[in-house]
Structures are given as structure tokens and as C-alpha cells.
Design a protein around this ligand. Structure first.
Ligand SMILES: Nc1ncnc2c1ncn2[C@@H]1O[C@H](COP(=O)(O)OP(=O)(O)OP(=O)(O)O)[C@@H](O)[C@H]1O
Length: 354
């Protein structure tokens, strides 16, 4: 598939290995709130965030800088404890785990970082970098022979050669380094990989190769992704579902085609119209929606609908109270197929009457 950005991404046809009927989603985040102190002031980075990810699927997470994407990722990875709300991974709350159970859970969730240069130690060979997580999780590959074999397998999985095992990061291109980052994330055989801007530091053609590696791994291994990116064309290609965040809140979520083809929230429509390579709902670039003003300070979140200060549809009621969730007509309002937005005046449907 090639889109107007020139990114060519291989389409795969395999079905995603959902769990048995009735089994819990791989990841279910409910009502997560997280605030941080800044001197005497506090800001709410996440405000009642719900996210759900089925096994073998990719969830795209989008929103402008500071909306809380990385904080949410850190909560999902167990690196940041939420103030309230629940995280369930395979039905279990990881924040209740201790000792061996906690260690076993940590294996299941891994991370691919934005900048492969920054996250790889330049003095370690590719084999050492890929195998580093085994120092903590020794039982996975107990012998040196197992480790060598597994490194070879992982290099092959990400499209590198066996001989690359003994090379150092400065001997690889940016795309190859990101492949090493992915192999390292795979070393513990995770169920979920959180990818935070994994291709934004790479050239366009290399981006496509790395995205193809991620997509092939999903089909071959059944791994799921939370995929954070500012680049909506990339998110559109890789995601089954999209969650749009604004100032710490999820303001729209749904299946990728629903959110991209028929955005409900004016903010989503504006984000998409500003993406240089996307043609959203027949709009051309000349019709780009210009958002008013800057994102408000997270210390001073507008009353009512937090997007109202920048929204061209806003009316008095938007400041009076927070909008309720609205569902596009004909779309499910619960479960994995739901398409919902938080808006008093959603696009394409009547007002909420709220
Ligand atoms: N450890 C921290 N201490 C204090 N404030 C924090 C901390 N981590 C995040 N924040 C604040 O929380 C808000 C959300 O930040 P976060 O990094 O999650 O946003 P983001 O959407 O990932 O942004 P970006 O796209 O720039 O990475 C921001 O206002 C940020 O300054």
C-alpha cells in the first residue's frame, strides 16, 4: 500500500489472534488519573483515561505534545503508578503484583523508544544489547549456547544478518539500529510492545521498512502494540483502533477507519486536516482547519469542554459543563467496535442535547 506520503507499507491478511471468546482484553485501562506536582502547583496529566486493546491488535495514540501520551504509556508499562483508576493486563492489575509475579509480568510488556541512538549503549555489541534483558530474566535462555541461538533468531526476525551480532551501534544505519531496538524488545517474548514515536527519527523509506517489520512481527508472533506517533499517516497505516487525547483526556476513540473517515470531534478533524499527507473526508489541504490559539496551560484547563477555547463550533454551553460521550449513529457504543467522542457539537450528527 502506498499513500500520498510515499510510505509503502506491506498489507498483511492474517487474522489477529484474539483470546478465546469471553476472555478479557489484553489491556484494559479504566478511569486513570495521574497528576504531577510542580513546586506548589499540580497539573493533571491524565484525567479519567479509558483505553482498551485486544490481543494481537495495534492501538494508535495521538494528540499534540503534552496531552499525556507518554504518561499513559508509562502507566501501562508499570513505570508510573496512577493516582486512581485501574489497569488490567490479561485481567490482572499489575500494580498489585510482587516478587516473581511482578517479574513475570514485566516480561510481558516491553518498549521501543523514539530514538534508537539515545537508547542503545554505544559500547555494547548488537548481541549484548539484544540479550541485555536476559540478565534480569535469566531463566529464558539459561545457557550461552541458548543465548547465541536466540540472538540469531531475533536478528533474523527483524531482518538483520547473523553476522550483525558482533557489530556495534555506530556501524549500523538508523533503521538498522531501530531493528536492534525491536529485537531487544522481543527478547523477553512480550505480549505488548509500547512504541513511542518509533520511526519519527528515520527517513521516509526507512520508516516504511521498520513499520513493515513491526507489522510482520504482529502477524507472526501475535504481539500487540500501543503505537504513539505525531504522524497521522503512520498511525492510520498501523493501527486497528485510534485513541485521540487532548489535555489529559481521551476525546475520541474508535476503529481507525471510523475515526479517520468520519471523525466526530472537531479536534480530531483539525488534527487530521493539518496532517500534510492525508485527505480526510474529501477535504483538500486548502481546507485545512486552523485551530485558534495555543493549547491552554495544563495548570489552567478551561471549564466545561477543555477544547472549547480553540474550537470553531464552541457555544456558551461548552463552557458550562463537560460534554458527555456521544456515539456516531449506527456505531456500537460499547466494546471494541465503539466509536465515541466527548463533544457538545459532534461532527456529522446532531447535538447531544446535554
Ligand atoms: N515526571 C513528570 N513530572 C512533572 N510533570 C510531568 C511529568 N511527566 C509528564 N509531565 C507533564 O504531564 C503532561 C503530559 O506529559 P506527557 O509527556 O505525558 O505528554 P505527551 O503527550 O507524551 O507529550 P510529547 O508528545 O511531547 O511527548 C505535560 O504537561 C508534562 O509536562
Amino acid at each position: 500500500m502506498t499513500d500520498t506520503s510515499g510510505i509503502h507499507v506491506t498489507e498483511t491478511t492474517a487474522t489477529h489472534p484474539r483470546g478465546p471468546a469471553g476472555s478479557p482484553p489484553l489491556l484494559e485501562v479504566k478511569g486513570i488519573t495521574k497528576s504531577f506536582g510542580h513546586g506548589r502547583r499540580r497539573l493533571t496529566a491524565l484525567d479519567g483515561v479509558d483505553v482498551r486493546l485486544e490481543r494481537g491488535e495495534t492501538l494508535g495514540l495521538v494528540g499534540e505534545s503534552g496531552c499525556g501520551k507518554s504518561t499513559l504509556a508509562r502507566v501501562v508499562l508499570g513505570l508510573e503508578r496512577p493516582d486512581s483508576g485501574t489497569v488490567r493486563f490479561n485481567g490482572t492489575d499489575p500494580f498489585t503484583l510482587k516478587g516473581k509475579e511482578l517479574l513475570a509480568w514485566r516480561r510481558r510488556v516491553q518498549m521501543v523508544f523514539q530514538d534508537p541512538f539515545a537508547s542503545l549503549n554505544a559500547r555494547m555489541s548488537a548481541a549484548d544489547l539484544i540479550g541485555e534483558p536476559w540478565r534480569t530474566h535469566r531463566d529464558i535462555v539459561p545457557t550461552a549456547k541458548d543465548r547465541e541461538r536466540r540472538v540469531r533468531e531475533l536478528l533474523s526476525l527483524v531482518g538483520l544478518r547473523e553476522s550483525d551480532a558482533h557489530r556495534y551501534p555506530n556501524e549500523f544505519s538508523g533503521g538498522q539500529r531501530q531493528r536492534i531496538g525491536i529485537a531487544r524488545a522481543l527478547a523477553l517474548d512480550p505480549d505488548l510492545i509500547v512504541c513511542d514515536e518509533p520511526v519519527s527519527a528515520l527517513d521516509l523509506s526507512v520508516q516504511a521498512q521498520v513499520l513493515n517489520v513491526l507489522s510482520e512481527l504482529r502477524e507472526r508472533l501475535g504481539v500487540s502494540y500501543v503505537f504513539i506517533s505525531h504522524d497521522l499517516s503512520v498511525v492510520k497505516h498501523v493501527s486497528d483502533r485510534v485513541t485521540v487525547m487532548y489535555l489529559g483526556k481521551v476525546i475520541e476513540h474508535g476503529r481507525t477507519e471510523d475515526v479517520f473517515d468520519r471523525p466526530l470531534h472537531p479536534y480530531t478533524a483539525a488534527l487530521m486536516s493539518a496532517a500534510p499527507t492525508l485527505d480526510v473526508s474529501g477535504r483538500t489541504r486548502d481546507e485545512e482547519i486552523q485551530l485558534r490559539g495555543e493549547i491552554p496551560s495544563p495548570f489552567d484547563i478551561p471549564s466545561g469542554c477543555r477544547f472549547r477555547t480553540r474550537c470553531w463550533k464552541s457555544e456558551a454551553r461548552c463552557g458550562d459543563h463537560a460534554p458527555l460521550a456521544v456515539t456516531r449513529e449506527g456505531a456500537a457504543d460499547t466494546g471494541p467496535e465503539a466509536h465515541e467522542a466527548l463533544c457538545h457539537f459532534p461532527l456529522g450528527i446532531g447535538t447531544t442535547g446535554a
